[in-house]
Design a protein around this ligand. Structure first.
Ligand code: AQP
Length: 329
């Protein structure tokens, strides 16, 4: 079975970008692959976060993953910090990465821009992400388009390590969905929809009420003119709405464009499609929230399984680099 790994940061309310760009593929992959899904809480520390909020978001991230349809009987769901091998392998890989290649990461440039002080962790984050993936010998990494560059780094580091120390890591390949690979912000369709967006009305959260969804989509920024055409360069707002509708309905974005003669009708159908898409997920979320003990038990079992694999890979990498095994002492 192909090994698949992917992760999500507990850095805020999960949104339709996370769902359409990543989680939906995760749910599919769990049936055909040996899939590992990680709540990457160490990554969330790269920007200042309230400790209580981080804890509750971590549990909520797990509830979200279960609510969208991940089944802990057939895939492994766990929290990154519960498996210390992630941080350990990250250090070994930091000793293989160069400042120059990390400086080129666009997400670092975007998230660090305008900050007086940037945490070292924000700079080295892509190396930790590489460790996350390589620990599980993942062949495929389903991610949204924004993660392509980090995946390229993971591939480069794996290849560099294998060339220097012998075959140690599986070289992973990205798996980016054909539609909704980059869902854009409803208020600024030149930016991707993001948990940490400064405009909460630009992001449709998985748990938004029907009323909130309807309002956010109705107020979505559109483009000059009245014609509904799929043209991401000249009509980014309308094209984003068409992309979202295409991802939900399975129709093509340009085919959908021919069906609409007004922005208002398109917006109304996008809102309705999202409300219907999210309704069952929200119902499962409410049920799961009633039993957080069961969610914690699922995470504990997941971490145990994850660690049994991660420990073997870490040992292989440490040995290859010449670290003295503790058992010999
Ligand atoms: N707008 C998006 N469109 C498509 N896919 C997206 N993903 C995130 N935003 C979009 C994909 O969701 C998965 C989990 O993302 P993440 O939370 O680990 O990191 P992120 O990409 O940094 O997501 P956010 O929402 O932008 O979080 P913040 O604001 O905290 O940085 C990934 O596969 C990602 O590609």
């Amino acid at each position: 079975m192909t090994r698949v790994f992917s992760g999500v940061q507990p850095s805020g309310d999960m949104h339709i970008g996370n769902y359409l760009g990543a989680f939906r593929q995760w749910v599919e992959d769990q049936h055909s692959s040996d899939a590992f899904y990680c709540i990457v809480d160490l990554h969330a520390l790269t920007v200042d976060t309230d400790p209580e909020m981080l804890r509750s978001r971590t549990v909520d991230a797990a509830i979200n993953l279960l609510a969208v349809g991940l089944d802990p009987q057939i895939c492994t769901i766990f929290v990154q910090s519960h498996v210390p091998e992630h941080a350990q392998l990250s250090w070994l890989l930091e000793c293989m990465a160069s400042m120059g290649e990390l400086r080129r990461m666009t997400q670092f440039k975007e998230k660090g821009a305008g900050r007086e002080s940037v945490r070292v962790g924000l700079f080295t984050y892509p190396v930790l992400m590489t460790a996350d993936i390589l620990l599980y010998d993942a062949e495929r990494v389903p991610v949204g388009d924004d993660q392509r560059q980090h995946l390229e780094l993971a591939r480069n580091l794996a290849i560099r390590f294998n060339n220097r120390y012998g075959d140690t890591f599986v070289v992973p390949a990205p798996s980016v969905p054909r539609v909704a690979a980059r869902v854009m912000d409803l208020q600024d369709p030149t930016q991707k929809m993001s948990k940490s967006s400064i405009s909460p009305t630009g992001t449709v959260a998985i748990l938004d009420s029907a009323d909130q969804i309807e309002k956010k989509v109705r107020r979505a920024v559109t483009d000059p003119g009245k014609e509904v055409v799929y043209d991401p360069v000249n009509k980014p707002g309308i094209s984003n709405l068409l992309d979202i509708l295409a991802a939900v309905t399975g129709k093509s974005n340009s085919e959908l464009a021919t069906e609409y003669h007004s922005y208002a009708q398109l917006k109304s159908d996008v809102a309705e499609a999202l409300i219907e898409l999210l309704r069952p997920i929200q119902q499962r979320h409410a049920q799961l929230s009633a039993d957080p003990g069961e969610v914690l038990a699922i995470l504990a079992r997941g971490a145990e399984r994850a660690q049994s694999i991660a420990a073997v890979t870490l040992e292989r990498a440490a040995n290859a680099m010449g670290l003295l095994p503790p058992k010999l002492i």
